[in-house]
Each structure stands twice: as structure tokens, then as C-alpha cells.
Design a protein around this ligand. Sequence first.
Ligand code: SF4
Ligand code: SF4
Length: 82
Amino acid sequence: ALKITEECINCDVCEPECPNNAIYQGDEIYEIDPDKCTECVGHYDEPQCQQVCPVDCIIVDPEHQETKEQLMQKFLKLTGGN
Ligand code: SF4
Ligand code: SF4
């Protein structure tokens, strides 16, 4: 899963781009629900939020590092595809 760092300027462009509705406005900055973020695996070749973020404050979450296979499993679970 990816993670939004405190450099986030709350511009709101990433939230509507997420195919998994994993991004939401937190108390101070936007946040990503690690249970819903597949790093866009299953939907796109590149993480869409990273593509649009104007300040490049979205990184791989050090506490939720996953393989492509694990991300694909999450995608299948979220979409009921297996
Ligand atoms: Fe959503 Fe993709 Fe960003 Fe994860 S990487 S938060 S799935 S847009
Ligand atoms: Fe924050 Fe980047 Fe999302 Fe804008 S695009 S709300 S700066 S994480």
C-alpha cells in the first residue's frame, strides 16, 4: 500500500483518481486506507495518486510493503473476483 506523507497540501486531486476509494480526508492531511490500496494493481500500470500529486508526497508505506502477487490478491478480494 502507499502512504501520504505530511507534506500533503490537501489539494484533493488524488482522492477522485483512486479506483479503490482508498483515499480519504483525514484530520490534517489526506490518508490512504492500506486495506483498500492495491498500488493500483488490477486497475492501472502506475499508481494513479502518485501520477497526479503536485508535491510528490505519496510513498510506499514502510509498514505495508507488499508483493505484486499480494496486491493482486487484495484486488481480487476487493472486487469479489475470485
Ligand atoms: Fe488508490 Fe492506487 Fe493510490 Fe492506492 S496507489 S491509493 S489504489 S490511487
Ligand atoms: Fe495531498 Fe498529494 Fe493528494 Fe494533493 S494529491 S491531497 S497533496 S496527497
